[in-house]
Design a protein around this ligand. Structure first.
Ligand SMILES: Nc1ncnc2c1ncn2[C@@H]1O[C@H](COP(=O)(O)OP(=O)(O)O)[C@@H](O)[C@H]1O
Ligand SMILES: [Mg+2]
Length: 352
């Protein structure tokens, strides 16, 4: 918790959001267990979020995943207080966003956060460069510096040569690259991405995920990424929280969620997931002792099952040694075990 208070970590604590003209009057009923359906039927209020507690460490990608209407946008909009909570705290970089006065809030929004939107939200009468400098223009940064910064990110997202094009001359994928360049040009430590890739075709969407993951190795921002797609969540998220009806029903690493889905609802999603890309070899290895012979093929504990299977198949081997950073063997796994872990296990078979 201390870590999240420094820098650009985000702590959301005991957060409730009820929509309606008399929201505060119903918080206690919700705290005592009134359901979303009951609140709606009896009192005509909508339960947006219920008792959200999330720690997002600075410098990581935190994904919020859930179906339409589960509360994802409501949650992310609390982080820069586009929505006020009915009760609870939103601590960003040590400051409670809920307690900021209007001037502090404006400063915070301009300098600490940048947003990337699902519908790109580019200005149609501005070209790529002029869209990208927009945030710095508002901040009053000198023009030369605006352009220098913008060009750097335009190039970095793969749009060099397109500076003078207008949004309607670009494909959806390219427009979202502009959206990303614009957000990065702001140089805010926190990036808020609400279904930023959801409007893109599947292959373009995968490209954009790769662009984001590559960039993140360099920029190390605190990224809050919203999606309704579990594959996208598991690929991007250092940590993932799953929302349903305004409640977090599970949070953890991608592997935690795939190996130990908290309930049948999540297990049902997880069935469709490409397990080979998510599960790491150390989750299925057999521990080695001093007598276990070292196999000719070795890898680290965080290799995925896909990577491990490829290594073995390429080398024509059956047995893999998992080694630590010093090269000492910590476990072994054979090809058959890898392959059986890639297919969905029967209920109850999940391993930690
Ligand atoms: N301004 C609002 N007034 C009333 N209900 C709202 C409002 N905004 C969102 N909701 C309700 O809150 C719930 C969560 O919505 P939202 O956060 O937009 O979900 P998601 O982004 O996951 O699709 C839904 O039931 C939605 O109808
Ligand atoms: Mg939404």
């Amino acid at each position: 918790m201390a870590e999240a208070q420094q820098g650009s970590g985000i702590s959301i604590r005991n957060l409730y959001k009820i929509f309606g003209h008399n929201a505060a009057a119903y918080v206690d009923l919700v705290k005592q267990g009134m359901s979303k359906a009951e609140l709606n039927q009896k009192h005509g209020h909508v339960l947006g979020l219920k008792n959200i507690n999330i720690e997002m460490p600075g410098g990581g990608i935190f994904v919020i995943m859930g179906l339409s209407g589960s509360g994802k946008s409501t949650l992310i909009r609390h982080i820069n207080r586009l929505i006020d909570p009915t009760s609870g705290e939103v601590i960003v970089g040590g400051a409670d966003v809920v307690k900021m006065n209007p001037r502090e809030l404006q400063e915070f929004r301009r300098h600490k956060t940048a947003m990337v939107f699902q519908k790109f939200a580019l200005l149609p009468h501005r070209n790529v460069l002029e869209n990208t400098v927009y945030g710095l223009e508002i901040q009053g940064v000198p023009r030369a510096r605006q352009v220098e910064q913008a060009m750097r990110w335009i190039e970095r997202v793969g749009l060099k040569g397109f500076e003078k094009k207008y949004p309607n001359q670009l494909s959806g994928g390219m427009q979202q690259r502009v959206g990303l360049a614009r957000a990065l040009t702001n140089d805010a430590p926190i990036l808020l991405m609400d279904e930023a890739f959801s409007a893109l075709d599947p292959l373009i969407r995968m490209d954009m995920q790769t662009v984001l993951l590559d960039l993140q190795k360099e920029i190390k921002k605190t990224i809050v990424f919203i999606t309704h797609d579990l594959d996208e969540a598991l690929r991007l998220g250092d940590r993932v929280a799953i929302l349903r009806d305004g409640e977090v029903i599970q949070q953890g690493t991608a592997q935690d969620i795939v190996l130990q889905p908290a309930d049948g609802y999540i297990a049902n999603f997880v069935k469709e997931v490409n397990r080979g890309r998510v599960i790491k070899v150390n989750a299925i290895m057999q521990p080695a002792n001093g007598e276990t012979p070292l196999a000719p093929i070795q890898t680290s504990a965080d290799a995925t099952l896909d990577e491990a299977a490829t290594l073995l198949a390429t080398a024509g081997q059956q047995q893999l040694s998992i080694v630590d950073q010093s090269g000492a063997q910590i476990g072994t796994v054979d090809l058959q075990r890898i392959v059986s872990a890639m297919v969905t296990p029967a209920a109850g078979e999940a391993r930690a």
